[in-house]
Design a protein around this ligand. Structure first.
Ligand code: AHR
Length: 482
């Protein structure tokens, strides 16, 4: 039997709601046929966005939505997405799928979506194919008070007199890769060229995030943080990406591949620790926190319902839900370092919460993880310890938070074949005799939701007797609140 200790006096920190953030890029089926169906569609919609999806997304309290990319951001001209005449342009991703960008969704429409789902906006600014003035103009258009500038008047003419609220701005995307294949030193120069215009007075309402590393690109982290340290007050976040790839077939993996996938996902912990130490080594931890603005599984194309028609769309099983549960526990336990994270991407793409096409729209097992974990947002994460947890393949991933006197414990049994008996013990508080719980558990490790069987995977509610050890079934995700 394992024991879970809850150390109430030992607060790790405040869990920024933005750790439960999302990402939406103009790629494949994310916007067109995914989020966006158009205002004249006979598919129920709110201002052109799929109603069913928007309402379900709102129900999990999405704190922030990143847009318009990804790589797409680095060739995006914001002027294409405002006003009545929207030019069709080559999409960044057309070298993969041959599709053009209609620009039907632009700044106003995206902000409508954020309002509908109750999320803050996080804009990724293009720094490789436009000059800084272009981004300054976008910010002027979006943020200047009513009537105060020519661009604010243009925004008013386009139907939005009041400024938009856009607190988060990324300065470039993957500039070590398709965002210019830059060296760290050149990126730092570009960062300041843009940042000095984007937030010269360090307005605390605007947060600027620098392009962080990918996986184990620690040379990038060292070089960029070293350069940013010169004026670290100008930077609020170091925005890393980590995709944990794939192991075996996305829907027909073996037990060994199940564990392999989780091991790859668990690398997030090391990546956070190492990057944070680089930040600390440069004495910049007061100003520069970690952001993980793209994360998730990345399976080979073609397993999703479009069978490859939507670029990067993949099917999502219990294993993907387990990766999400493990990763969100890691973020909670590092909430003193990580201030935002955005799973990639919201619909019809990599590690999606929704799959949609035409009139069909379903939630994936990963959606339910975000639902079960949502009360962690804004809570205080407390330290936890699980005994006999050394063997990764059969370990329990855990995090716990306290908010308004309520405790939420989220557990994931990583073992594909071993149930765990678990006793709870609290230091600094009392464990009640019983608690409400919610569990995702299926006999089949490969269980998934499909258009034909949309509710195959859904959480079940239960009441737990905490006077005795509880059973955490193999491959299950359990949320306990009291
Ligand atoms: O999420 C898909 C792509 O993955 C993004 O555009 C890019 O930033 C990353 O490489």
């Amino acid at each position: 039997m394992k024991k879970l200790y809850l150390f109430y006096p030992k607060k790790i920190g405040h869990i920024a709601p933005e750790i439960y953030g999302h990402f939406s890029e103009h790629i494949g089926g994310v916007f067109y046929d995914g989020l966006w169906v158009g205002k004249d569609s006979d598919i129920p919609n709110i201002k052109g966005f799929r109603k069913d999806l928007a309402e379900k997304l709102r129900a999990i309290n999405p704190p922030v939505l990143r847009w318009p990319g990804g790589c797409f951001a680095e060739r995006y001209d914001w002027r294409d997405g405002i006003g009545a005449d929207r030019p069709v342009r080559p999409n960044f991703w057309m070298f993969r799928d041959g599709k053009y960008e209609s620009n039907e969704v632009g700044t106003h429409e995206f902000m409508d979506l954020c309002e509908t789902i109750g999320a803050k906006a996080y804009f990724a600014a293009n720094i490789t194919s436009v000059p800084p003035m272009h981004i300054l103009n976008w910010m002027d258009y979006c943020l200047t008070p009513r009537g105060e500038s020519a661009l604010a008047l243009e925004r008013e003419k386009n139907g939005h007199p009041e400024p938009f609220d856009i607190p988060f701005w990324g300065v470039g995307n993957e500039n070590w890769g398709y965002g210019g294949f830059m060296r760290p030193e050149s990126y730092v120069d570009e960062f300041f060229r843009f940042a000095m215009l984007m937030n010269p007075g360090r307005d605390p309402k605007i947060k600027l995030f620098a392009c962080g590393s990918d996986k184990d690109k620690y040379d990038w982290s060292h070089g960029v943080i070293n350069g940013l340290a010169r004026r670290s007050k100008q930077v609020n976040g170091f925005a890393m990406h980590y995709y944990c790839g794939s192991a075996g077939d996305p829907v027909a993996f073996t037990k060994e591949e199940w564990t392999q996938q989780l091991l790859q996902a668990n690398k997030m912990d090391e990546i956070i620790r190492r990057n944070w130490n680089i930040i600390c080594a440069h004495g910049t931890e007061e100003h520069i926190k970690l952001v993980v603005d793209e994360w998730g599984c990345w399976h080979p194309d073609g397993s999703g319902p479009s069978r490859g028609a939507f670029l990067f769309e993949q099917q999502n099983t219990i294993r993907d839900a387990m990766v999400a549960a493990l990763t969100l526990n890691i973020f909670n336990n590092h909430c003193d370092k990580v201030i935002m994270a955005n799973i990639a991407q919201v619909v019809n793409n990599l590690h999606s919460l929704f799959l949609a096409h035409g009139k069909d729209c379903i939630v994936t097992p990963t959606y339910w993880v975000f639902d079960m974990y949502k009360e962690h947002q804004g809570g205080d994460c407390i330290e936890t310890y699980v005994t006999e947890n050394e063997d990764f393949a059969s370990s329990l991933s855990v995090s716990a938070s306290v908010k308004n006197g309520k405790t939420l414990i989220t557990l994931a049994n990583l073992s594909p074949d071993r149930d765990t008996e678990l006793a709870l013990e609290a230091i600094g508080a009392a464990i009640p005799a019983s608690a409400e719980a919610c569990i995702i558990y299926e006999d089949d490790l490969h269980a998934k939701n499909t258009f034909d069987d949309p509710n195959a995977v859904a959480p079940q509610k239960l009441t737990l007797d905490l006077t005795k050890p509880i059973t955490v079934p193999r491959a299950s995700i359990l949320a306990i609140s009291f």
